[in-house]
Design a protein around this ligand. Structure first.
Ligand SMILES: Cc1ncc(COP(=O)(O)O)c(C=O)c1O
Length: 421
């Protein structure tokens, strides 16, 4: 606890919800890594590319023209029209720009709005795990109850209808879908998604679908949940510009839903956010107009890195399935005998490679680490050298690496004192 917090008078309490909210398991390792030298970070969940130049330029021009006022609370109409056309072109799903699309502060805000719009205290939401860190907190913040369902590497981290059936109660209101997945890189085949939609229809559930990695699929086309029969009326579709267009810092995303549902989210958004920054919306317009070649180029580069990292991890003795989407590998570290936290911490201190322990992503995360390959091939190569050496050191019984690895000087010295997070 900080000195500041120590001085807080005892009668000034925090809300129970805020107190109970766990800190993100990702931050701890960022903070430690930030204090160290020569760290290769595979822990970051964002593109290493800068936003395409044309997009940046459009934002600069908009500032030059003095476009600095609020926009419609829904977002600039031209942007909503382009989003509508984009989804129609890619997935054949049609949302009316005037009443079914809301521009949000990323998927982050979209997820919060979705939960606030559909949940009352005590309502349950089924969340397949391991999953992105914000899903469960967004549910808890409304007084809702996240009901985790554990997916496994053996099942390619795909949730099944049988698992959903087992988690269903009379209080279940929704299912969160996050495919392609952060942290597992899993995608969901169309047929499997169709079964989930049928399940949702049968039980009168919403589907809250986070499709932020939709453009980052490597072994087949992404299926937009809302495009499946029966899905549109019950789907809250969340997407944005952060990943595909390398625009994390601009904070632009969008929510699509039928009018009544969208209107509920719009009301909350208009009181809490008003509108997404105008310059960012202008940048997003340009991204949809001219960003496609850059998206394809970046996806091609991620794909190269994906193959390198998955081969390297398997060769190092860590079982790793080939992720079919996003930019994460999620290998098993079980054969080292270390927990995920121990593995991540020791790898960081001993070899200066930052990864995220699987436990940060909930059920099913223990025994895994998340390695982001949104970094250069050269850095991935070097990280793999270090990981291979580390695995050899901590698990003497592990099979010898299948590839010769050059040894780099040890970095066990210079340990920083761990920071609190
Ligand atoms: C699965 C997933 N959803 C949502 C987000 C947040 O996206 P945004 O930048 O649009 O808020 C992230 C960011 O890492 C993510 O991985």
């Amino acid at each position: 606890m900080s000195n500041e917090a120590d001085r807080t008078p005892p009668h000034l309490t925090l809300s129970r919800i805020a107190r109970d909210l766990p800190p993100s398991g990702i931050r701890k390792f960022f903070d430690i890594a930030a204090q160290m030298h020569d760290v290769i970070s595979l822990s970051v969940g964002e593109p290493d590319f800068a936003t395409p130049w044309g997009v940046r330029e459009a934002a600069i021009y908009s500032l030059e023209r003095g476009q600095t006022t609020y926009t419609s609370n829904f977002g600039i109409l031209e942007l909503r029209q382009l989003i509508s056309r984009h989804l129609d072109t890619l997935y054949g799903v049609r949302y009316r720009p005037e009443e079914e699309i809301l521009v949000t502060v990323g998927v982050s805000e979209g997820m919060d709005l979705a939960m606030r719009a559909i949940l009352d205290p005590g309502d349950e939401v089924i969340v397949p795990e391991p999953c992105y860190v914000s899903y469960k907190p967004c549910i808890s913040l409304t007084g809702g109850v996240p009901v985790g369902v554990r997916t496994t590497m053996e099942n390619e981290f795909r949730v099944t209808v049988a698992q959903l059936e087992a988690a269903l109660t009379p209080r279940t209101r929704a299912i969160v879908l996050g495919y392609p997945s952060n942290p597992t890189g899993a995608t969901m085949p169309r047929e499997a998604l169709r079964e989930i939609v049928d399940f949702a229809v049968k039980h009168g559930l919403y589907l809250v679908s986070d499709e932020i990695y939709d453009r980052l699929t490597y072994d087949g086309a992404h299926t937009c949940v809302a495009s499946l029969p029966g899905a549109r009326e019950r789907t809250i579709l969340l997407n944005g510009f952060s990943k595909a267009y390398a625009m994390t810092g601009w904070r632009v995303g969008y929510v699509c839903a039928p009018p009544a549902l969208l209107n509920a989210m719009y009301k909350i958004h208009s009181y809490t956010i008003m509108c997404v920054p105008t310059t960012s919306q202008k940048a997003a317009i340009e991204a949809l107009k001219s960003g496609e070649p850059a998206v394809r180029d970046m996806v091609g580069q991620y794909n190269q890195r994906r193959r390198l990292i998955v081969d390297g991890l398997n060769n190092a003795g860590l079982d790793c399935h080939l992720p079919s989407g996003a930019f994460y590998a999620f290998p098993s570290i079980k054969r080292t005998g270390l927990t995920s936290e121990e593995f991540a911490e020791r790898l960081l201190f001993d070899e200066h490679v930052a990864v995220v322990p699987g436990t940060a992503f909930g059920l099913g995360g223990e025994g895994h680490i998340r390695c982001s390959y949104a970094t250069s091939l050269a850095k991935i190569e070097e990280a793999l050298h270090r990981i291979t050496r580390f695995v050899g050191k901590v698990s003497p019984n592990a099979p010898a690496p299948r590839r010769t690895v050059e040894t780099a000087p040890t970095r066990a010295q210079n340990r920083p004192s761990p920071v609190k997070s």
